[in-house]
Design a binder for this molecule. Structure first.
Ligand code: SF4
Length: 323
């Protein structure tokens, strides 16, 4: 059963261009639908500015979606007020890219981890909360004395472990991991990803794992969704996306992933130019100005995200793909 389900989620931001000019909007998320099963990881990949972080935050209602449905465990959340959202806040957490800026430098790690326990009134007294803090430090592989120290005393990887412990403190069911390893060295990235996978097994967690790097999400994701200019352009099981991608954008992103054997004939597909502005999207297929196989129809027809012919789990939004 799906734990998280979104339907036609839209998030637009008003764009002020000047006192007397016409008001315009940035279409950051444009009618995105997907579901995530309990215990599953959906990887969400796309270039910076494609709307993936806005999507993650809208789905948690950290920013208010413009329209669309959000279901969590079958309950509709989109229309709930902040006070009605309170019971769900605990169950839906977020891990940020930069743990340093999201951790208060004046608070000890112990106080940072105790804070959500106080907010959600989870333990009766200080002693019980401190025992929980010690347990959290051990769960994420930090030493017992870390609780008395400050964020600047830790490395980037250790700080991200604190970020993970803070998200886990309130026993969530679902976590949005928003580029959690992008700021870390490659060797540390693997440790954090392995930790997240162990925690998923142990606590039956469900993840939306956001990254600009297809290589990063490969190991952790059961399914992968590829986002371009506010829309999902391809979604499928990890093995389908990595071994048989259908959308030209997915193919280009994958071709940029380094291969172990450079003599294998692997060819890089170069993406010309920058992604278009979400305030001024191209007509037809939003990818057409950069697509190496575009045909004239692509600048007119908006492709729908439809199941790929003969596949139950893979869909792509491209008029050249057989549906
Ligand atoms: Fe490329 Fe056309 Fe397919 Fe868009 S619809 S991805 S422009 S071939």
């Amino acid at each position: 059963m799906a734990l998280v389900e979104i339907k036609n989620l839209v998030k637009t931001f008003p764009l002020k261009t000047g006192w007397f000019s016409e008001s315009r909007s940035i279409h950051a998320v444009q009618g995105v639908s997907f579901s995530i099963e309990a215990g599953e990881t959906l990887g969400l990949v796309g270039e910076s500015g494609c709307g993936k972080s806005t999507l993650g935050r809208s789905l948690l209602k950290l920013i208010e979606p413009t329209s669309g449905e959000i279901r969590f465990g079958g309950n509709e959340l989109a229309s709930l007020s902040p006070s009605e959202m309170k019971p769900y806040r605990r169950k839906m957490q977020i891990i940020f890219q930069d743990p340093y800026s999201s951790l208060n430098p004046r608070m000890t790690i112990g106080s940072i981890l105790e804070e959500p326990l106080i907010i959600h009134k989870l333990f009766e007294n200080r002693k019980a909360r401190q025992a929980r803090v010690e347990e959290l430090l051990s769960i994420v592989g930090l030493p017992k004395d870390a609780g008395t120290r400050y964020p600047h005393e830790f490395s980037g990887g250790q700080r991200q472990r604190v970020g993970i412990a803070r998200a886990l403190a309130v026993e969530p069911e679902f976590i949005v991991c928003d580029e959690p390893v992008s700021a870390l060295d490659v060797s540390i990235q693997a440790q954090i990803i392995n930790l997240l996978m162990d925690l998923q097994d142990k606590f039956h967690l469900t993840y939306l794992f956001i990254s600009h790097d297809l290589r990063v999400v490969e190991h952790i994701s059961h399914r992968v969704a590829v986002m371009y200019l506010g829309k999902i352009v391809e979604v499928g099981r990890g093995d389908e996306i990595y071994s048989d991608p259908k959308h030209p954008y997915t193919k280009a992103l994958l071709s940029a992933v380094p291969v172990p054997d450079p003599s294998s004939g692997h060819k890089r597909i170069l993406l010309p130019g920058e992604p278009p502005q979400p305030s001024n999207p191209p007509s037809g297929c939003p990818f057409h100005p950069r697509c190496s196989v575009a045909i004239p129809e692509c600048s007119v027809k908006v492709p729908e995200l439809l199941p790929v012919k003969g596949k139950d789990t893979q869909s792509a939004a491209c008029i050249l793909v057989d549906h």
